[in-house]
Design a protein around this ligand. Structure first.
Ligand SMILES: Cc1cc2ncn([C@H]3O[C@H](COP(=O)(O)O)[C@@H](O)[C@H]3O)c2cc1C
Ligand SMILES: O=C(O)c1cccnc1
Length: 359
């Protein structure tokens, strides 16, 4: 078996006993039952993932920012030059980007992964040089990646999850950097959900109406070219290779790797949403490890999380990527676990329970 098959085979569903224990415990904690809303469900999932109640505290946390370039950039789908991908990588490594500020705020480590940046990048602390190719090919002209490149990128994502886990991370967060990657995200989301391009293609970094209309047509052209209309029946790895980015493939692997380690993975925005659709198509049980950090302003992201049955924790109209939305959600995930670990029960604290006779 290869790394991807081995990893998929090792991913088990959430542990029902631990989840039942967590629900029972939530009902006995000194608060009205259900009063922590969505966070109670998060705590139950964390227990199910760990196979124990209470679950371990999901910290320390590490965000992996997967950076790559995109051949579809040539189609004029974004106003930003491709060099910005490499320039932002340098900014991440210098600590000057929003992801660095948010990571510092919540105490998460930042690792940058060159999975497919067009430019040659020099060795630097905090940079993992794992370039599979210097960017993808233009998906409107042919497959974005070869099958081998897609496999290598997914495998690298699995390895990065393992490496961060081996360094002690107990919560993983996804990040991305890749000019034009919202176009590839839209194509992946359309291919995996069957929704039409106009429903899932957004404005990315910010484009006018004419460019947006053109971007929708670029996505439609790519889907047509690769026979990815609704009901296509293509295998997930083939879909990734046809219209995905190297960072999408790596993030899909990262999700699989986290699920195999039984470590929660907090998903960022539309790029992670597209990658999670691929991961879930490869292994539905991998979703058990996933927490949707936030809901991005990109329409395709809403479609992706709905299709995955995930409930985003934060909704602040963010449309940045880098891992920023996942980082904002991290304290919520950690608080959810801490409740199960630290809050007293009615019994232990001597607090009276609700009078059964009263409404
Ligand atoms: C300065 C800058 C910093 C960023 N940080 C994340 N992105 C985000 O925007 C890009 C995707 O948008 P589109 O598909 O419209 O090109 C990705 O690189 C994503 O990570 C950035 C974009 C820019 C310009
Ligand atoms: O949803 C995101 O993460 C996003 C949106 C726009 C541009 N880059 C990323």
């Amino acid at each position: 078996m290869n790394l991807i098959e081995e990893t998929v085979a090792s991913i088990a569903p959430l542990d029902e006993t631990a989840m039942r224990d967590a629900r029972d415990l939530q009902a006995r904690l000194t608060k009205p039952p259900g009063s922590l809303g969505v966070l109670e469900e998060v705590s139950v999932r964390l227990a199910g993932l760990a196979g124990q109640c209470p679950p371990p505290q999901p910290e320390p946390a590490a965000v992996a920012v997967f950076a790559a370039d995109h051949g579809v950039h040539a189609q004029g789908v974004t106003p930003w030059p491709q060099e910005v991908t490499a320039q932002m990588v340098a900014n991440f490594l210098a600590g000057g980007a929003v992801v660095n500020a948010f990571a510092a705020q919540v105490g998460a480590a930042v690792t940058v992964v060159d999975i497919g940046v067009a430019a040659e990048l020099e060795e630097a602390p905090g940079l993992l040089r794992r370039k599979v190719a210097p960017g993808t090919a233009d998906m409107t002209a042919g497959p974005a990646m070869t099958a081998e490149q897609a496999r290598r990128a997914v495998g690298t994502g699995i390895e990065i999850a393992r490496e961060l886990g081996a360094r002690g991370a107990r919560c993983l967060l996804t990040g991305d950097m890749g000019i034009a990657n919202t176009t590839a995200s839209a194509a992946l989301i359309a291919a995996f959900t069957g929704l039409p391009p106009e429903r899932v293609t957004g404005r990315g970094t910010g484009i006018d109406d004419a460019t947006h209309a053109h971007k929708v047509e670029v996505v439609r052209t790519a889907l047509d070219r690769h026979g990815l209309a609704e009901g296509h029946g293509m295998a997930p790895m083939e879909v990734l290779a046809a219209v995905g980015g190297l960072e999408h493939a790596a993030i899909a692997g990262f999700v699989l790797g986290a699920a195999a380690l039984r470590v929660p993975v907090v998903l960022d925005g539309v790029i992670a949403g597209a990658a999670a659709l691929a991961a879930a198509a490869l292994c539905p049980d991998a979703l058990g490890a996933c927490v949707a950090g936030h809901r991005s302003a990109e329409p395709g992201h809403g479609a992706a999380v709905e299709s995955l049955g995930l409930r985003p924790l934060v909704d602040l109209e963010l449309r940045l990527g880098e891992g920023t939305g996942a980082l904002l959600a991290l304290p919520l995930v950690q608080s959810a676990a801490r409740v199960l670990r630290e809050v007293a029960t009615f019994d232990s604290a001597g607090v009276s329970e609700k009078d059964a006779a009263r409404p």
